[in-house]
Design a protein around this ligand. Structure first.
Ligand code: SAM
Length: 161
């Protein structure tokens, strides 16, 4: 289900014959959407419930996550082209560089979303706010901030005047 065709004006580049890192997916995401025509372009926190289903041994890594209302989910948009440098996202002739877009078609197709945590039951985290196809591989989960995040600088310290 990878997008096969270039749209008008789109440019694909040959991918380098090199691998720089190795990912291990930590689970899969269950969503109501099996094709792109149904899937939202960006999730909304009042969207439908979706499940992050973790593989062993990652269930233990959820300890403490229940304290957060908003969490960040990183996922691998596995049905994407990875060679587009210029894209025509709306089929309307307007062209944009890949890094000026949040398109799923990118060299390392990582999607991110800030989602609302609904519940955690064993290895399954239920959230609202996703925008990926059913079965999308899960890369990581993080709280929006955590106990060890530095606090924001007070406004006065930001001032250059
Ligand atoms: N929220 C993420 C972000 O901003 O990084 C992803 C945004 S991307 C525009 C969402 C779109 O990616 C969906 O509407 C769908 O067309 C496409 N998509 C969703 N899951 C995908 C997958 N597993 N592989 C390829 N494309 C996917």
């Amino acid at each position: 289900m990878t997008e096969p065709e270039l749209r008008a004006g789109e440019i694909a580049a040959p991918l380098p014959d090199r691998k720089d890192a190795h990912l291990t997916f930590i689970g899969r995401i269950r969503t109501p959407w099996s094709d792109r025509s149904q899937c939202p372009r960006q999730g909304r926190q009042d969207g439908p419930e979706c499940q992050l289903v973790l593989d062993p041994p990652w269930e233990q890594a959820l300890a403490g996550l229940e304290d957060y209302e908003t969490i960040e989910v990183l996922y691998w948009l596995d049905r994407s082209r990875r060679d587009l440098v210029v894209q025509n996202p709306k089929h309307d002739g307007r062209l944009f560089g890949t890094f000026a877009l949040r398109s799923p078609q990118r060299p390392n197709p990582i999607g991110t979303a800030m989602v609302r945590l609904v519940s955690i039951d064993g290895n399954t985290v239920t959230v609202r706010g996703l925008d990926c196809l059913d079965g999308t591989p899960l890369v990581d989960i993080k709280p929006d901030r955590c106990a060890f995040s530095p606090k924001a600088l007070p406004k006065a310290a930001d001032s250059t005047g």
